[in-house]
Design a protein around this ligand. Structure first.
Ligand code: ATP
Ligand code: MN
Length: 298
């Protein structure tokens, strides 16, 4: 009857009404919008330290990941739990970017069909002062994942030689992101130049393994070290975001030690929330993603 339909038509998770919680978002796995909301509600306490207070881009898939998905970085209509930040864009116009501050903000985005959360490398209250480097390792098709883990280790070593601690994250897609948090205090031009220098020097040293330019042709059998994530206005997938792919994988922080034995970037899914939370709060990931360090000068 009407009552039974009402029950499945909406479910309150946190402080947000999730409509159509039984709508299947991951058709290959059966995960629903309600499952997605429950995952984000559970993971919010460990995700928010990385996601809150920065401009975000959302990948929305209102009809599920097999339907049309689209990136959204501007907007309103997300309700009072999602903030907007005015940012001057490349063309000189001002855009209202989205930013979240709490679990209800995350859920308000999920209610709007969001599957993935991508973030700027700067905080919304200081958008001209980047606070983390991201090296996005994109392997050519067919490359073994051990080549990616080796590359991640080499990025880490390069950064370490310059005094920077870094952290590894499985993207939930094909590759690894190596992330170095930074105390703000430099601008985007220096930020991008530093990242380009690291990627370029690795490609110069090992041209058979790495490329630092986007060209698909040059990638043959190599890993593209995408440093362009470090340019103003670009984003990277946020830790613990779900990916809009079969299996509902998530972007998952990992320790350098354990990375040695990991054979794929899609190790965890939305079914693993309790495990991911436990990992975030226990030994292997203690301190993951935080370090007090500045961009080297000179
Ligand atoms: P994978 O490991 O499969 O490469 P990834 O998240 O690194 O996963 P990429 O395709 O390498 O995916 O893209 C790197 C980042 O660039 C993404 O995390 C995302 O934040 C950003 N990005 C890619 N395409 C777009 C787009 N069309 N609009 C906005 N941001 C994008
Ligand atoms: Mn990538």
């Amino acid at each position: 009857g009407l009552k039974a339909r009402d029950v499945t038509a909406r479910r309150t998770i946190g402080g947000i009404d999730i409509t159509h919680p039984d709508r299947v978002i991951f058709p290959q796995d059966g995960f629903t919008k309600g499952d997605l909301a429950a995952y984000y509600h559970a993971i919010a306490p460990v995700m928010l330290p990385f996601a809150a207070g920065r401009p975000v881009s959302l990948l929305r898939c209102p009809d599920g990941v097999a339907g049309v998905c689209f990136f959204q970085k501007h907007g309103d209509g997300f309700g009072s739990h999602v903030d907007t930040v005015s940012i001057v864009e490349k063309d000189g116009d001002t855009g209202d970017y989205l930013s979240i501050r709490d679990a209800d903000g995350v859920l308000a985005c999920v209610q709007m069909g969001t599957v993935e959360f991508h973030g700027w490398g700067a905080r919304a209250d200081a958008v001209e002062a980047p606070d983390r480097l991201v090296f996005d390792l994109d392997p050519d098709e067919g490359l073994d994942f051990t080549a990616v883990t080796r590359a991640a280790r080499q990025v880490r070593e390069r950064l370490s030689a310059l005094g920077l601690a870094s952290f590894a994250m499985l993207t939930g897609g094909k590759g690894i992101h190596v992330i170095a948090p930074l105390t703000p205090g430099h601008g985007w031009a220096d930020h991008a130049a530093f990242a380009k220098h690291i990627a370029g020097s690795m490609a110069l040293d090992k041209p058979d393994r790495f490329v630092a330019t986007m060209s698909k042709a040059k990638r043959k059998g190599r890993i593209f070290i995408d440093w362009l994530r470090n340019q103003r206005g670009n984003s990277a997938i946020l830790p613990y975001s779900v990916r809009a792919r079969a299996g509902a994988p998530v972007a998952a922080p990992v320790g350098w030690g354990e990375l040695e034995t990991i054979g794929q970037a899609q190790l965890y899914s939305i079914a693993d929330a309790p495990h991911l939370i436990e990992r975030a709060r226990s030994g292997a990931l203690r301190g993951w993603g935080t370090a007090r360090q500045s961009l080297p000068t000179g």
